[in-house]
Design a protein around this ligand. Structure first.
Ligand SMILES: Nc1ncnc2c1ncn2[C@@H]1O[C@H](COP(=O)(O)OP(=O)(O)OP(=O)(O)O)[C@@H](O)[C@H]1O
Length: 309
């Protein structure tokens, strides 16, 4: 469990993180989203005790991370995959980290296997591709077998196989009951991976809700596509019910702000045949753009159910 309460970070004139409060629950993948500069990395660094908050607090497993003697056992993190001594082999890097944290050295080979670093573990980090650095960073995070994991953009630099691997890895870690906080700007990946979302903008909380609720909250752009041989009749009936209807180029109708059930019921009432009926689900990307766009303030006010407190 991660508990963030009133967390604030001021850098000179810039308020990078502004009174942020949220929990990251165990057994789930929590996606951490926000535009560039929103304060995600700063928040993660404060959770890990790497940056001192201007105000507020963050606790990992009920304790302030900075006070933990062997932090890698409490929480593992991938923050900056470049932050490894380039002259060391991956394996040596892991051995140093294990020793410093009282972790048995046999864990080194276990995590090397787990992340699929293979023989590359014995080569100098200097020659690693970005993908290999990401795997090494993740191996370091897993070393202490921690209950809490923070991954900042772990998919960066990975090819499709690597991205799929991360998806399975974080899912597996959450299914084992661990707390997983994952930031990524890859919306389609987030949509497939996260159970819960914390979305921030300009250092402030925009949404803290399940993926389902966030997607429902984006329901303003929900529309239904319907195909009928009686286009005019159905369009007329829908318009009489104050629904907005647009013909598509290929003979279907798009009905805004309605569910498939509503459109189906209207068709039944007026006795017209329906050959196809489908809800166009908004993508997380669209919902995210709506939430983090310039109208953020209004959207939040419009959708208070997306912020738990
Ligand atoms: N050490 C620092 N000194 C001054 N300003 C900083 C420092 N670190 C971050 N900032 C500023 O704080 C704000 C939040 O940055 P942060 O890196 O946390 O955002 P982010 O959401 O992680 O963005 P990105 O997705 O681009 O990594 C930005 O305006 C950034 O310029």
């Amino acid at each position: 469990m991660i508990e963030v309460r009133g967390l604030t970070k001021q850098y000179g004139a810039v308020r990078a993180v502004d009174s942020l409060s949220f929990d990251v629950a165990p057994g789930k993948v929590t996606g951490f989203l926000g535009p560039n500069g929103a304060g995600k990395s700063t928040t993660m660094r404060m959770i890990l005790g790497l940056d001192r908050p201007t105000a507020g607090s963050a606790a990992v497993g009920g304790r302030s991370f900075a006070t933990l003697a062997e932090p890698l056992r409490a929480a593992g993190a991938l923050l900056d995959a470049g932050a490894v001594h380039p002259g060391r082999s991956g394996r040596d890097h892991l051995r140093v980290a294990a020793r410093a944290n009282g972790i048995p050295l046999r864990r080194v080979d276990e995590v090397v296997d787990q992340v699929g670093l293979g023989p590359a573990a014995r080569r100098r980090v200097k020659g690693y591709s970005l993908g290999m650095r990401q795997r090494l960073g993740i191996a370091t995070a897993l070393l202490g077998d921690p209950a809490v994991l923070l991954f900042d953009e772990p998919m960066n630099g990975l090819d499709l196989d690597g991205v799929r691997w991360i998806r399975r890895l974080v899912r597996g870690l959450a299914d084992e009951g661990r707390t997983v906080l994952l930031s990524s700007h890859l919306m389609s990946e987030m949509e497939q991976t996260a159970d819960h979302l914390v979305i921030i903008g300009r250092g402030r909380l925009i949404a803290d809700a399940s993926m389902q609720d966030v997607m429902r909250g984006g329901g303003t752009s929900r529309q239904v596509r319907v195909r009928t041989p009686s286009v005019d009749e159905l369009a007329g009936a829908l318009l009489r019910r104050k629904l907005r209807v647009h013909p598509t180029g290929d003979g279907d109708l798009l009905v805004e702000g309605a569910t498939a059930a509503t459109v189906g019921d209207v068709a039944l009432e007026v006795g017209v045949a329906v050959h196809r009926l489908a809800e166009d689900r908004s993508s997380l990307e669209q919902v995210y753009l709506d939430l983090t766009g310039d109208s953020v303030q209004y959207r939040v006010a419009d959708a208070p159910e997306l912020v738990r407190r």
